[in-house]
Design a protein around this ligand. Structure first.
Ligand SMILES: C[C@H](O)CC(=O)SCCNC(=O)CCNC(=O)[C@H](O)C(C)(C)COP(=O)(O)OP(=O)(O)OC[C@H]1O[C@@H](n2cnc3c(N)ncnc32)[C@H](O)[C@@H]1OP(=O)(O)O
Length: 710
């Protein structure tokens, strides 16, 4: 057996060599530049052994294959040339593997991502475990990069152009069965026989590289230059629509893949390495990498210092509506924890269960989960109209109407029907948690757990402690939310918490601009162009104009006049315009809307008494809305509502969809410079009044030329 720092080669009796990768001191295998020498010496030894029949590449880590190139290494690059050299080194390493005369089989269990998948693509065959931990993908685009070690060239050649574009442009990760269907892996097996299956495959000899299996249309589109032009043009169009030109990586991905398709593998690899180096140096990639580091760091935090969370064995949800149903869903499907749903009527429970069923059915159809997994997850959810089955719940999440006395009654009920350590977590979006806990016998168990809709998709939760919440309750709730697949930020108990607070001012500004005569679609387009997933007016229709109207007075009375929604908006409610849910809002819905086209309901201007008179350009519109959000985020940090700029950035990106390529409000302020932002705010203050007065912390930071991040 030969061993280097990170690799070992063991020759079996059947003359199959097993290369095991296990980087000492790291919880996951990642690829580092230093490995080039180790791989070279391993390859020399392999080539010198003429008896070897084949090789298997496997990870020595219990639950991961390779999570890609080391992102810290990329972050430390000082020039495009340096980053390009890293990409090229990977390319050369993998080409050497690919050119081996004997078969090389990747045995994959756990995440096989980025450079890890690029390595697997260079192998001659891939066997993956059916375990849910096994995922394969090229997520570089989510870091503002492209696969830099051959992925842009080998993936299209293996699975076909269209599938490869989809995977590389979105960064999506496939489960093993999906990867098998896509032609990315050759065999899916149980973890217990992974090595055996890979060895068996290696013993069969080196397989011929085959063309991707395509149907008739696929052949027309991918095997003719006319068809390929259509594919690339369509992909470019869709990419530009999605990114609004804010992200350089997807366009480079298209260029590099096209180069490889038009001019061959070597030209493609050259273009890939060059583009990889350039992208590494962009501010967009730096911002996106900072999100990776922030979220990884946050995974380790308990939210309550050294306090260890209690184990949650069973959960319960009060209310089977959209939020309650969503919370029950992630509890069962992501956390794998049994969950009891209580609603006042059977219909509510049935709706919640149906909601999960339809989501699981979709996953099953996409081969993301097996039928057995689907059934197992469904069985974790049960319901009742009383408190039966609640006595052993470790946490109860309340998702009933926004009514203080109702919520206080729920606290009393849970204290009566559950154990003395049972946590009561309220999913309120506006009521102070301290008030919900006011009549509690055990206020230390009461906490806020604010989810965002739709719960199964939105990654953020706000965990809100009131003055009397115990550290144990905070730590357990944070751990519970994380098991549900969420990124929790711990925020202080204050009207609107963090996310809705900064969102409210942004929405109010959009409303003011609308009342000045700017058309609805122009406002929405301006903010989408800035980088938000949807515009503020669309968002208001989605959330519900009535919901906004309910929160606004609470924020105004607790935080000040700047939160007052324009009075004209009352007219919308008087006209029954609650938004999308009633098919009456700013846009047309249902039968009134033309299929596939989003259309403004022009009668909304009459109701508001507005005459359209467009005067502002797109930048003026977005800047007015965004600076409101930035300024309020600084106030929230100054007041200790959020613990750090990092939490504020994650909260805004994961909760609202603040443009990730800007890194969040605080990183964006650093980019702009506090002084520039203060000057912008002062200018707007002189025109529109005190709602634009800069936050005191921002002013002092501008004076002292400080930044939020080093
Ligand atoms: C040339 C190439 O084309 C370029 C590339 O490959 S760029 C990299 C592409 N890969 C990625 O983007 C994957 C990034 N990683 C992930 O998404 C997630 O870590 C994961 C899905 C692999 C695992 O998630 P999870 O189980 O929650 O574990 P998580 O806490 O995130 O990570 C465990 C440890 O691995 C580290 N890690 C994971 N992937 C890493 C990477 N690519 N680089 C550096 N460190 C990484 C984390 O920092 C963490 O380290 P720590 O324990 O010392 O804090």
């Amino acid at each position: 057996m030969t061993t280097t720092n990170s690799f070992s080669l063991q020759i079996r009796d059947d003359l199959i060599g097993v290369i095991t990768m296990d980087i000492a001191g790291e919880s996951m295998n990642v690829l580092k530049a230093a490995f080039a020498d180790e791989i070279s010496s391993l390859l020399s030894e392999i080539k010198a052994n003429s008896q070897l029949k084949g090789l298997v590449f496997i990870s020595g880590k219990p639950d991961s294959f390779i999570a890609g190139a080391d992102i810290s290494m990329l972050d430390n690059c000082n020039s495009a040339e340096e980053a390009e050299a890293i990409g090229r080194m990977g390319q050369q390493m993998f080409s050497q593997l690919e050119q081996l005369n004997i078969p090389l089989v990747a045995a994959i269990h756990g995440p096989c991502l980025g450079g890890g998948l690029e390595l697997a693509l260079a192998c001659h065959a891939r066997v993956a475990t059916s375990d849910t931990k096994t995922v394969l993908g090229l997520p570089e685009v989510q870091l503002g990069l492209l696969p830099g070690s051959g992925g842009t060239q080998r993936l299209p050649r293996l699975v076909g152009l269209q599938k490869a574009l989809d995977m590389i442009l979105t960064g999506k990760q496939l489960r093993a069965t999906q990867a098998k269907k896509a032609g990315l892996v050759d065999e899916v097996v149980a973890q217990s026989i992974l090595l055996d299956a890979a060895v068996k495959r290696a013993l069969k000899g080196k397989p011929q590289r085959e063309q991707p299996r395509l149907n008739f249309m696929g052949k027309v589109l991918e095997r003719t230059s006319f068809g390929r032009n259509i594919v690339f043009n369509q992909a470019r169009k869709q990419t530009l629509k999605k990114t609004q030109g804010n992200y350089p990586a997807p366009l480079k991905i298209l260029d590099v893949i096209k180069t490889g398709v038009d001019s061959g593998m070597q030209a493609g690899l050259d273009a890939e390495a060059k583009a990889f180096g350039q992208l590494c140096m962009t501010k967009e990639s730096a911002a996106l990498r900072s999100l990776f580091f922030a979220t990884t760091q946050m995974k380790k935090e308990t939210g309550a210092g050294d306090t260890k969370p209690n184990k949650v064995r069973k959960a319960a949800v009060l209310g089977g509506g959209l939020m309650g149903g969503g919370i029950a869903n992630v509890t069962a499907t992501k956390a794998g924890i049994p969950v009891r749903i209580k609603d006042i009527n059977e219909q509510g429970i049935s709706n919640a269960l149906k909601y999960s069923y339809s989501l699981l059915q979709k996953k099953f159809k996409r081969r993301f989960i097996s039928k057995a997994e689907m059934q197992k997850q469904l069985l974790l959810m049960t319901g009742s109209t009383d408190y039966s089955g609640f006595h052993d719940a470790d946490i109860v999440v309340e998702a009933v109407f926004e009514d203080l006395s109702l919520k206080q009654q729920m606290v009393a009920d849970i204290e009566q029907h559950c154990g003395e350590n049972t946590i009561f977590a309220s999913n309120t979006s506006s009521l102070p948690i301290g008030q919900i806990a006011a009549k509690a016998a055990r206020p230390e168990n009461v906490i806020g757990l604010h989810y965002f809709s739709p719960v199964d998709k939105m990654p953020l939760v706000e965990v809100i402690s009131h003055a009397g919440t115990s550290a144990q309750t905070i730590a357990t709730t944070v751990a519970f939310a994380r098991k549900q697949g969420k990124t929790p930020i711990v925020v202080k108990d204050c009207a609107g918490f963090y996310v809705n607070r900064i969102l409210a001012l942004y929405m109010n500004e959009a409303a003011s601009i609308l009342l000045e005569g700017e058309p609805v679609e122009k406002i929405d387009q301006a903010l989408v162009k800035f980088g938000f997933p949807v515009g503020p007016v669309t968002l208001l229709d989605e959330v519900g104009i009535d919901v906004g109207a309910k929160i606004s007075p609470i924020l105004t009375s607790e935080l000040g006049e700047r939160f007052a929604a324009p009075a004209a908006f009352d007219k919308l409610l008087a006209d029954g315009r609650k938004g999308k849910k009633v098919e009456k809002g700013f846009y047309l819905y249902g039968n009134a809307a033309k299929k596939g086209k989003k259309q403004v309901d022009d009668s909304v201007y009459t109701v508001l008494g507005v005459t359209c008179a467009p005067r502002l350009n797109s930048d003026e519109i977005s800047s007015r809305c965004v600076v409101q959000m930035l300024n309020e985020a600084v106030r929230a940090l100054d007041e200790g509502i959020i613990a750090s700029a990092r939490d504020g950035d994650i909260g805004a990106i994961f909760g609202i969809g603040f443009p990730p390529f800007l890194g969040g409000p605080f990183r964006y302020i650093d980019q702009l410079g506090a002084a520039t932002l203060v000057a912008q705010l002062r200018n707007l203050e002189s025109r529109f009044g005190s709602r634009f007065t800069p936050a005191p912390l921002l002013v002092s930071m501008a004076e002292q030329q400080q930044r939020f991040y080093p």
